[in-house]
Ligand binder design. Structure first.
Ligand SMILES: [Zn+2]
Length: 213
């Protein structure tokens, strides 16, 4: 019955482009092609694109994270010219947030990266502190906010000092989250650690605006 319901649901609500609404794909080719790509590796984090002045990408990530459009994640991974070799570790959500969102978007990305790279996912990080929203914080404030926010699953065996690990997130602004996760992995034996995220956001906190954005 469940599968039948699902088929009926798909018939009534077919996949459609999260930007233009065209039926058939969660992000159509036309809209995908309009996303500005600018891959860069900076401060140990690999980014596929900037978020700034990239409205389709912003819209797609919003749907992916907040509107249940899980399929969009796999499309967005195609923004990378190539996926590096390594083991992919998603940034965890706090259990409370995971309960309301019902999925961890970083885990979806990590699985897609691993598929492309023919490697594996280690879902071993835990978020043990429900941290405040960081949108208006600078790097130092974010690092303070994230202090003791992450831990590693009990009984996780030591990580290999020879493997390359990638911490996976959707968007990074200051790199503070990636850094906090990297600290935990390093304590657990990892040596080669980098971040991989879809988009790089700019810190706007130094530009006060009346609208509060
Ligand atoms: Zn479209």
């Amino acid at each position: 019955m469940h599968r039948l319901l699902r088929a009926a649901f798909n018939l009534l609500f077919p996949l459609q482009c999260c930007n233009c609404g065209k039926i058939g794909n969660p992000l159509c080719q036309f809209c995908f092609a309009k996303i500005l790509r600018k891959q860069k590796f900076e401060d140990h984090v690999l980014y596929a694109a900037p978020l700034h002045n990239n409205p389709i990408l912003r819209q797609a990530i919003h749907h992916f994270k907040y509107k249940g459009a899980k399929e969009v994640g796999a499309e967005l991974v195609k923004l990378f010219k190539e996926i590096p070799q390594g083991i992919f570790i998603p940034v965890p959500l706090h259990p409370e947030r995971q309960k309301t969102r019902r999925y961890n978007q970083s885990l979806i990305l990590a699985r897609t990266f691993a598929q492309h790279a023919n490697s594996s996912v280690l879902d071993i990080l835990l978020r043990i502190k429900d941290t405040a929203h960081q949108a208006h914080m600078n790097r130092a404030e974010r690092l303070r906010n994230l202090h003791n926010a992450f831990a590693i699953e009990k009984n996780t065996s030591r990580l290999s000092p020879h493997e390359q690990y990638f911490i996976v997130d959707d968007v990074s602004t200051t790199g503070a989250t990636i850094q906090a996760c990297a600290t935990i992995l390093r304590q657990h034996g990892a040596h080669y650690i980098a971040g991989i995220v879809l988009a790089h956001d700019q810190v706007m906190v130094n530009f006060p605006s009346k609208s509060g954005n």
